[in-house]
Design a protein around this ligand. Structure first.
Ligand SMILES: [Cu+2]
Length: 141
């Protein structure tokens, strides 16, 4: 070991300490994400039932789609879009259902084709859930 003051060596030591602190923060952050994700899995707003399953959307008929979530949802912070051919996004009006965790989506009259409802929903716990529900509108019903 060289006991004489060596400015070059000193800067090197500071840098290596910073690198250690950086690595420590990195691992803590990773651990936090890991724990956070496992903790959240059950708390998010997850669709437990959709009216689309038993009530398909009729051709050229404005309708309401009801989604049931496993937790309360913050409507003011939630967004639902109708996605149609060519990835065209159209924001849809949403309203509160009768029961907590229910969301009513106002879907305009639609032509035949493949569509999707893309939703970004804030659960009562403040977590955002993003998902897509695909559906088809066809004449033969
Ligand atoms: Cu959550």
């Amino acid at each position: 070991m060289n006991l004489k003051f060596n400015p070059k060596r000193r800067t090197f030591m500071i840098q290596s300490n910073l690198a250690k602190i950086g690595r420590l923060f990195g691992s803590l952050l990773f651990l936090g994400l890991l724990l956070g994700n496992t903790g959240e899995a059950s708390a998010h707003a997850v669709v437990t039932e959709s009216s689309l399953r038993h009530q398909p959307i009729e051709l050229n008929h404005a309708t309401e789609v009801v989604l049931h979530f496993n937790s309360g949802v913050e409507l003011a912070l939630s967004r639902v879009f109708l996605v149609s051919k060519g990835d065209v996004y159209h924001p849809l009006e949403i309203a509160k259902g009768k029961k907590p965790g229910q969301m009513i989506i106002k879907v305009p009259a639609l032509e035949e084709g493949d569509y999707a409802l893309k939703y970004k929903v804030f659960a009562a716990d403040g977590h955002l859930t993003e998902d897509v529900i695909r559906f088809k509108v066809s004449a033969q019903r």
